[in-house]
Design a protein around this ligand. Structure first.
Ligand SMILES: Nc1ncnc2c1ncn2[C@@H]1O[C@H](COP(=O)(O)OP(=O)(O)O)[C@@H](O)[C@H]1O
Ligand SMILES: O=C(O)C1=C[C@@H](OP(=O)(O)O)[C@@H](O)[C@H](O)C1
Ligand SMILES: [Mg+2]
Length: 209
């Protein structure tokens, strides 16, 4: 059976041309902002870290402890490639190290639009202090780890297509800034829900009903 023809409104509604890939350091807000952004744009949300945990059947901390970081990076690369090449355009929050992998970066570049959520050190420290589920931050003083990672990673994050500041302003302000940056980048208005993202989109692992 052939697909029904779209209505005139559907045919004229601009669609997100590519998956939006959020990159940046731990605590930048990739997961929190990504979830809200997806709700505002009425698009699916995927979080690479959640997909990795679903595929591995254990937490990221357990993968780091049991198999080591290189194994985690290999799984991360595979999952992000699958999401970008096999799923329709969506909002994708990556883990902070993903964009540092040259292959992942190339895949993001050819299949998505990358947005660096750039945050200052004090903001990152405050936001990551509440949870202990990030193995890299349990390897020493979080301020030292994060400032070392800033020096190492910010030049590479700067290769992202777009940069949006993630600061003390409310999450919905950052979401607005990302939408504006995407609309400028694509040169089209993105249909979005008015108001606040009161009911964030769920992030189930891909394939879960
Ligand atoms: N303005 C804000 N923008 C983004 N996150 C914020 C903001 N204010 C508070 N937060 C909180 O900071 C944390 C950011 O962490 P998260 O989204 O997991 O970052 P990442 O995925 O980049 O590591 C979340 O708990 C979020 O609720
Ligand atoms: O920066 C990193 O290397 C990591 C960031 C984490 O994700 P968030 O950036 O979402 O915290 C997670 O992927 C893992 O702990 C490693
Ligand atoms: Mg995250």
């Amino acid at each position: 059976m052939t697909d029904p023809l779209p209505t005139l409104t559907e045919a004229m509604t601009p669609r997100l041309p590519r998956t939006v890939v959020l990159v940046g350091l731990m605590g930048a807000g990739k997961s929190a902002i990504g979830r809200r952004l997806a709700a505002r744009l009425n698009l699916p949300f995927r979080d690479a870290d959640i997909e990795i945990e679903a595929a591995a059947g254990c937490t990221i901390a357990e993968i780091f402890a049991r198999d080591g970081e290189p194994v985690f990076r290999a799984v991360e690369r595979k999952i992000i490639t699958r999401l970008l090449t096999e799923e329709p355009p969506h909002i994708l929050a990556t883990g902070g190290g993903a964009f540092m992998d040259a292959d992942t970066r190339a895949t993001v570049h050819s299949h998505g639009v990358s947005v660096w959520l750039r945050a200052e050190l004090d903001v990152l420290i405050a936001r990551t202090a509440k949870r202990t589920n990030r193995p890299l931050l349990n390897q020493g003083n979080p301020r030292d780890v994060l400032s070392r990672l800033m020096a190492l990673r910010y030049p590479t994050y700067a290769e992202a297509d777009l940069t949006v500041v993630s600061d003390e302003r409310p999450p919905d302000t950052t979401v607005e800034l990302v939408i504006e940056a995407l609309e400028r980048h694509f040169g089209i208005p993105l249909p979005h829900r008015a108001g606040h993202a009161a009911h964030p989109a769920t992030s189930k692992p891909a394939g879960t009903p």
